[in-house]
Design a protein around this ligand. Structure first.
Ligand SMILES: [Cu+2]
Length: 188
């Protein structure tokens, strides 16, 4: 083989490899476009099955999030529902009390801007979006206090927006629940 034909052959091999990789790249891009289009259209035509709304303008006047309904409540099935709101720049209740070894559903919303809702040391981490109810179900195993900071920047006072979650023994919670319909640990 002459030097020239050898050179032509390797150029040919390189060109074939380039074309192959070109084709693969185009295929990947086409697949991503199809996936994005499918996800977008699917989401538009089939919205989430459960979207709960709450009018931020009337939270304090009527409905689930009026002040007397906030806090932790026993449900007939033995679970606990916590209702809370976030507003610039605090949570209500400021201290949430929950029992150990019980399914706890937190239902919360925002009265104004977008806030974050995170319970440190647990996997509870959601956003409070004005107009919508965020619901998270969890279970606490050990008594103790957890910090509950707002972790979505919500304005000038954002860094001062903290709450607490106090996990108490189930027996103590049940005892207190017997005399109070809604519990919190504010001012304790
Ligand atoms: Cu906030």
């Amino acid at each position: 083989m002459t030097q020239v034909s050898k050179h032509a052959e390797s150029a040919d091999t390189a060109a074939r490899a380039e074309r192959r990789w070109g084709a693969i790249s185009v295929a990947i891009i086409a697949m991503l476009v199809v996936m994005a289009a499918y996800a977008g259209i699917h989401q538009a035509v089939m919205p989430q099955a459960r979207v709960e709304t709450a009018d931020p303008g009337t939270l304090h006047i009527a409905g689930e999030f009026i002040e007397s309904n906030l806090g932790s409540a026993m449900e007939p099935d033995g679970s606990v529902t916590v209702r809370a709101i976030g507003q610039q720049y605090s949570f209500t209740p400021q201290c949430i009390v929950v029992p150990t070894d019980t399914p706890v559903t937190i239902r919360a919303t925002s009265a104004d801007a977008l806030h974050g809702f995170l319970i440190q040391g647990t996997n509870v981490n959601t956003m409070l979006v004005p107009g919508y109810v965020s619901a998270v179900t969890t279970r606490f195993t050990k008594p103790g206090d957890h910090a509950m900071p707002c972790h979505e920047f919500c304005g000038a006072g954002h860094e001062g927006m903290w709450g607490r979650v106090r996990v108490v023994e189930k027996a103590a919670f049940l005892q207190a629940a017997a005399s109070q319909r809604r519990q919190s640990c504010v001012a304790q």
